[in-house]
Design a protein around this ligand. Structure first.
Ligand SMILES: [Zn+2]
Length: 675
């Protein structure tokens, strides 16, 4: 066997994988999959876990493992040949996946297993996999009558076109807008690099002066720093009215919103739900739309006094700056001035205390202390000289997981930070397959003979992604489909990651992670205290803003009637009456730009951000009670949350760990909003 992608024992052979290996490997695995499905569908009379589900699991594991290596290399060492092979095969995989999810013969067999008396003899993980399969087939329309199925498919195709168009309209409108300022005197307050970029932008369009756009790196600094109020208003107005009736008719998203809502409602009715919010929650941790809106209302009530206080402070500061009638386009500007006055420190200053080796040692020390494991460097075939490989051993010094770490930004590497699954833990005939994770970041590489230095934000990112990694690596689940992060509800996935971030705000932890790159001194306590205070700057205002978006989303996909007299704009005004402290102008068309819910898969799911924050803060509060590095709390978190993966509902795992249902007290306290 010469194709390294078809090698399924041991670690991936990254140094041997070439673009020309991709298509043959994926073709062979998809053919194998299609043959397997035919054999199972036609020859298995009485389906069981062992003669049916296990074969499908085995196959998806192989396909998943091969594809994970390809996807990873495409992301971190991209090349034209790799990208082409990746895209070609992505389409084949999507087709294969959709054929599988439409195959009613498979659905019937999963149902047979679920309703057979022997179902109860399966392990909880096996039962969960079967139940998830039956649920997903149902939500995919498997129970609909023939003509309904045709309509269902039409709706889904129409929705995916509408979402794509929604996003394109915003992008086209964003790209189209250009605003030139001739004289530098009208641009005071803006940072040098922003001016430099604006000058270049003008020049490349054969203009003189400074050209600004609605793209974030241009738009945001103007709103934050430009002393010129008219300029701020001009850009704000253009930004807040994108893809609306105020611009080109062909880019107006108003009708698309209405069409999307109507189709989503029709689809949910076909599947037996009252509305799309119910359909969305069928696979989430939250049970009902009422549960989510109650959660948001309660959080709003508790956060609003703090939001009002933030707003008063802001209005007061605006007056000091000579702005007596603060408008939406002044908010970022005044906030920035207030922040500078209250917390005089820079990211650059903090960064000098966080060299790479100290940060990694600190992260591993926390992990070792609370979870009773050991982390150490190991060797493996790698895709780039900057990447490294580590193993995690249990208390008896036996390896239990591995991870790759690729920290620095470089050409041909996708931006951002993420954790991805390389190999998933499962029990096989010849023993346990150990889990392997990829942890990828885009931090600055070392310069000269100095080590790489991380901002405090980057340190948090590192802890966040490592938290996802621990969820994948410390799982004890034996079955592929619900092992690690697999099968974990969408609104609970960020629990372990956000949980880990908390340690970056703990003096006891941070103190030992710092070492000034020149002086060798620890981070001064006063600087740390300023960082903590700055973290909660305007936390009240930010919280109610997130609640405003979440409530709008939940009601729009819930009781709201897309055929009724009330428009989405009316609805968001109602929500603002209840929760908002910053009132945008009447011509603001925020819904027309809300890509998360109309184009990004967050429909009736935007609340997840706050939901997961509540879970992670509340989980962390046990460590505050029992000690920051409490072995007892760590053991419970490892056994009840991390080890369980998707093998049981996230709420059950949470309650088993915390001894009660989640409470929002810890989050409010962490944000400086304790009652
Ligand atoms: Zn995350």
């Amino acid at each position: 066997m010469s194709n390294p992608l078809l090698h399924f024992s041991g670690l991936p052979k990254f140094s041997e994988i070439l673009p020309e290996h991709i298509s043959p490997a994926i073709d062979s695995l998809i053919n194998e999959g299609r043959a397997l499905v035919e054999a199972l569908a036609t020859s298995v009379e009485t389906p069981t876990w062992d003669n049916f589900a296990l074969f499908l699991e085995n196959h998806s594991e192989k396909l998943g493992r091969a594809w994970s290596q390809i996807g990873h290399m495409n992301a971190v060492v991209n090349s034209p040949a790799l990208r082409e092979a990746y895209n070609d095969n992505l389409q084949k995989l999507t087709d294969f996946g959709s054929d599988l999810s439409q195959d009613e013969r498979l659905y019937e067999k999963f149902k047979k297993i679920q309703t057979h008396a022997s179902f109860r003899e399966l392990s909880p993980a096996q039962q969960k996999i079967i139940s998830n399969e039956v649920r997903d087939f149902k939500l995919g329309g498997a129970e609909l009558a023939v003509e309904e199925k045709i309509r269902f498919k039409e709706i889904n195709e129409a929705l995916s076109k509408l979402s794509a168009k929604f996003e394109e309209n915003i992008l086209d409108n964003t790209n189209d807008f250009k605003h030139v300022v001739e004289n530098l005197v009208d641009l005071t307050g803006l940072p040098e690099d922003v001016l430099e970029t604006a000058k270049k932008a003008a020049k490349s369009d054969d203009k003189t002066g400074y050209q600004f756009s609605l793209h974030f790196p241009s738009y945001l600094p103007v709103l934050q720093y430009a002393d010129n109020r008219v300029l701020r208003e001009t850009l704000y107005r253009a930004y807040a009215t994108r893809a609306s009736e105020f611009g080109k008719p062909e880019w107006d998203n108003t009708q698309l919103i209405s069409n999307i809502l109507k189709l989503k409602q029709e689809e949910s009715h076909m599947l037996g739900f009252n509305n799309f919010a119910e359909l969305s929650l069928a696979t989430k941790m939250a049970d009902t739309p009422a549960e989510v809106t109650t959660f948001l209302d309660t959080l709003a009530k508790r956060a609003k006094p703090y939001a009002e206080r933030d707003m008063q402070e802001l209005v007061g500061h605006a007056k000091k700056l000579g702005i007596d009638d603060m408008q939406a386009w002044d908010v970022s500007y005044v906030s920035e001035k207030l922040r500078e006055e209250k917390y005089a420190f820079s990211d650059q200053e903090v960064k000098q205390y966080f060299p790479e080796d100290k940060v990694l040692a600190g992260l591993f020390k926390v992990t070792e202390a609370i979870f009773g494991v050991q982390v150490r460097k190991a060797s493996a075939s790698l895709w780039h000289e900057d990447a490294a490989f580590y193993e995690i051993c249990d208390a008896a010094n036996k390896p239990m997981a591995y991870f790759y770490l690729d920290l620095y930004a470089r050409n041909n590497k996708r931006g951002g930070a993420w954790m991805d699954e390389c190999i998933t833990r499962r029990k096989k005939a010849n023993g346990i397959e150990l889990p392997v994770a990829y942890l990828t970041c885009n931090f600055s590489a070392p310069v000269g003979n100095k080590p790489a230095l991380f901002t405090h934000d980057e340190v948090q990112t590192m802890f966040h992604e490592f938290g996802h990694g621990l969820h994948h690596m410390l799982t004890q689940v034996d079955e592929y489909g619900v092992s690690g992060i697999k099968g974990v509800e969408w609104d609970a996935v960020e629990l372990p990651s956000q949980f880990m971030e908390n340690f970056c705000w703990e003096w006891e932890v941070i103190r030992l992670m710092t070492h000034h790159v020149d002086t060798g001194k620890q981070l001064p306590r006063e600087l740390f205290d300023k960082m903590v205070a700055a973290k909660n700057f305007q936390a009240g205002m930010q919280t109610v803003r997130q609640i405003e978006f979440s409530l709008f989303d939940m009601r729009l996909h819930g009781d709201f009637d897309p055929n009724g007299a009330l428009t989405p704009l009316d609805l968001i005004e109602q929500v603002r009456d209840e929760v908002a402290v910053v009132r945008p102008p009447k011509w603001n068309r925020f819904p027309n730009n809300f890509s998360h819910i109309f184009a990004g898969g967050y429909a009736a799911g935007y609340y997840s951000y706050k939901w997961a924050e509540v879970l992670s803060a509340d989980a962390y509060s046990l460590f505050e009670e029992l000690g920051v590095l409490s072995i007892e709390a760590g053991k419970r978190f490892k056994n009840e949350v991390l080890a369980q993966g998707g093998s049981r509902p996230a709420l059950e795992s949470f309650v088993a760990f915390r001894g009660r249902e989640p409470s929002m007290d810890a989050l409010l306290r962490h944000n400086g909003m304790a009652s």
